[in-house]
Ligand binder design. Structure first.
Ligand SMILES: NC(=O)C1=CN([C@@H]2O[C@H](COP(=O)(O)OP(=O)(O)OC[C@H]3O[C@@H](n4cnc5c(N)ncnc54)[C@H](OP(=O)(O)O)[C@@H]3O)[C@@H](O)[C@H]2O)C=CC1
Ligand SMILES: CC(=O)N[C@@H](CCC(=O)OP(=O)(O)O)C(=O)O
Length: 349
């Protein structure tokens, strides 16, 4: 790419929650000249438009074109896929073969071992040689080593950013990590069902996928890349009646000699140059402090009595947990300013 040149981007899944947010970010991105939208329903070919599916996007009378990898590789510079799991592992091959840039919001390319994916997602995995060609894009920590970027999961992002300094600096007892995470309902995508129905989740809280959540192996894989001594994690997910937001509350036993000042130094050192991670000087964050933004806010404390470190990490699941981090990875891949196209302020109040 020549300096100053703008890009043509393709987007599959713009009619879903994270795809719609991605569309709105890319639309205002200073380095994006044009967005091609692609659909998947053959019968709707030439008849599906963004504004008819998403009433909030009334001014966006943009047609969803037929998905054809050869056409995309020819006319776009990158493809974003905001599709459910089990979709990109069937369509990635031509993009990987041509080394065409692709940012994948699904879980399909997050694991190196296909057996782990098929066990936790209950679906056939992409071939091992394709998985090897993808890189896991935890934007604050992982160098992008390939053009196929597996954007991390929402719970995984909040949990890993909360744990990274403690694990990398070996400040914890490795087998004591407990993560109690909560998510807003948009995390489940746009399809209505019995447990995201208003009458079920309003004024309710529901712990789901106990010991079976697909982000358990994703978090573990990255923690073990930082410290091979981490054996496993205890992880729970609870649906709460908010539209956007994740709060991961992390409990872990401190290694010998750890102090609150030592923890402060570690978090400060790891995040002082990271624009999108804000470490609170005191106290712990609430979800609304990051809503609508790409920030992860982190607060922590150390309880000497129980020798327990508690970290609270909050993100907007559709931003830092999905579309925002995807744009951050896009910026990193093409050496654009890391915050290009990303809002500098959360929505308040
Ligand atoms: N929601 C969130 O907070 C987060 C989501 N993710 C991941 O991002 C991905 C998208 O999630 P989300 O936006 O919630 O999902 P949604 O269900 O809201 O949207 C899914 C999108 O994918 C399209 N789609 C469905 N099936 C296919 C297919 N076979 N081929 C092509 N496109 C298809 C849908 O089209 P149509 O409108 O026609 O149905 C829709 O545009 C998922 O993999 C999810 O796990 C990751 C982090 C957070
Ligand atoms: C609230 C809610 O249901 N959240 C979803 C998040 C799914 C997700 O983001 O899926 P992948 O990262 O695995 O692609 C869940 O817990 O399964």
């Amino acid at each position: 790419m020549e300096e100053g040149e703008k890009m043509k981007v393709g987007l599959l899944g713009a009619t879903g929650y994270s795809g719609a947010v991605l569309y709105s970010l890319l639309k205002q991105h200073p380095k994006v000249a044009h967005i091609d939208l692609y659909g998947h329903k053959k019968e709707a070919k030439s008849t599906e438009f963004l504004d008819t599916t998403i009433p909030a996007y009334l001014n966006e009378h943009v047609e969803l074109q037929e998905f054809d990898p050869a056409v995309i590789i020819d006319k776009d510079d990158i493809l974003f896929c905001a599709t459910p799991s089990g979709v990109t592992n069937k369509l990635a091959r031509p993009f990987i073969e041509k080394n065409f840039p692709l940012i994948d919001l699904s879980g399909d390319f997050r694991f190196k071992d296909p057996a782990v994916y098929s066990k936790w997602y209950n679906k056939p995995a992409a071939p091992a040689e394709q998985l090897q060609k993808a890189c896991y894009g935890l934007a604050e920590f992982n160098k992008l080593t390939s053009n196929y970027i597996a954007n991390p999961g929402c719970y995984a992002t909040a949990s890993l950013l909360g744990l990274a300094p403690l694990v990398i600096d070996k400040l914890i007892v490795p087998d004591t990590i407990v993560i109690d995470a909560k998510s807003g309902v948009s995390g489940a995508g746009k399809k209505p069902n019995a447990t995201n129905h208003y009458t079920f989740i309003n004024e309710n809280a529901w712990l789901y996928k106990l010991n079976k959540h697909q982000h358990i192996p994703e978090i573990t894989q990255q923690l073990q890349a930082w410290d091979a001594d981490i054996p496993a994690i205890q992880f729970t997910t609870t649906l709460i009646p908010v539209t956007r937001g994740i709060m991961a509350t992390i409990y872990v036993k401190a290694a010998t000699g750890v102090t609150l000042d030592g923890l402060r130094r570690s978090f400060q050192q790891h995040y002082q140059n990271k624009k999108f991670v804000r470490v609170l000087a005191n106290g712990v964050p609430s979800i609304k402090e990051v809503t609508g933004s790409n920030y992860c806010n982190i607060g922590f404390d150390y309880n000497k009595v129980t020798n327990t470190i508690v970290v609270v990490s909050v993100i907007d699941n559709l931003m830092k947990g999905a579309a925002g981090q995807a744009v951050q990875n896009f910026n990193n891949l093409f050496n654009f300013p890391e915050d290009a196209g990303l809002p500098s302020m959360p929505v308040f109040p």
